[in-house]
Design a protein around this ligand. Structure first.
Ligand code: GLU
Length: 276
């Protein structure tokens, strides 16, 4: 199969040096394999994504030297490449999962979940969804639409998910320990990140996913979705995250190392790439 990679930024702020580095690695891997690179605009978060950020994202990617063969501003056989325009596809995947009986409606509020949690969790990581809220299997098979409630994937407790990452080697995550029943659909009518991303990577025939190491546990969740759907997963290559001088990983809220700021300071893409 010809190599197909993708870069998948979320336009909730300006891109920083960490994004640029991951995307550059993705581009290099696609070029080395003589394959294609696809740009996908992951704009599902209606409250936080803004069109001006999406525009800035395209400009900043171009400025940094990234080029893609399919995507928002150049089309391609798997258009549309903006997630906000792909909702009917996600809904089909939700239906398949419901038919398989591996997801369930989860009406508990965030407060219910917080109260049921016995152990505090790190701020950065998602708490394990309390098992007492998981309904018996089978109730979801008759549902015809997600209808204003959260839906979660029932993980096989105790099973170890093992995958070979192109950078980190063998990665292991235990279901029910490292992560719990995770969201696939939100009550606001949109799919979760996990559902949207596997739908798109599958339909866009991505052969290798290159992204930040903060998504290693997400990859284990996504492998469960691939298996439930009977789809062949792509290969994975997770990149170490760029950290600032204090060892804190870069975030969009911290503008100091945004590509825009660096460009305005007169830094050139060549110089930044050499530094990375
Ligand atoms: N849109 C995600 C992000 O910006 C990346 C998702 C992925 O590469 O799978 O964090």
């Amino acid at each position: 199969m010809p190599y197909r990679g993708r870069i998948a930024p979320t336009p909730t702020g300006h891109l920083h040096l960490g994004h640029a580095r991951t995307f550059w690695i993705a581009q290099q891997r696609a070029q080395q394999a003589g394959g294609a690179l696809i740009l996908r605009d992951e704009d599902l978060d209606r409250d936080r994504c803004r069109p001006e950020y999406a525009q800035a994202m395209l400009e900043d990617l171009h400025w940094f030297g990234l080029r893609w063969q399919e995507g928002p501003d150049c089309g391609g056989p798997h258009a549309p490449y903006r997630q906000s325009e792909r909702l009917p596809r996600y809904l089909e995947v939700w239906k398949k999962l419901a038919e398989q009986g591996c997801i369930y409606p989860s009406p508990q509020s965030r407060k219910d979940v917080q109260q049921a949690l016995s152990a505090p969790h790190e701020e950065d990581s998602e708490p394990i969804f309390p098992i007492e809220f998981r309904p018996p299997a089978g109730i979801e098979q008759d549902a015809t639409d997600p209808a204003g409630v959260n839906w979660r994937f029932r993980v096989p407790d105790g099973e170890e998910i093992v995958f070979l990452d192109g950078h980190y080697g063998e990665v292991r995550r235990v279901c029910g320990v490292d992560f719990g029943d995770f969201l696939v659909w939100r009550k606001d009518g949109f799919p979760s990140y996990e559902l949207a991303v596997i739908t798109d990577d599958h339909e866009m025939e991505i052969t290798e996913v290159v992204r930040g190491e903060d998504l290693l546990t997400s990859t284990a969740r996504q492998l469960l979705l691939y298996r439930a759907l009977g789809w062949q997963p792509p290969a994975f290559f997770h990149c170490p995250l760029v950290r600032d001088a204090h060892g804190v990983r870069l975030a969009k809220r911290n503008q100091a190392l945004s590509l825009r700021t660096l460009r305005d300071q007169g830094r050139t893409p060549e110089e930044l790439r050499a530094h990375l």
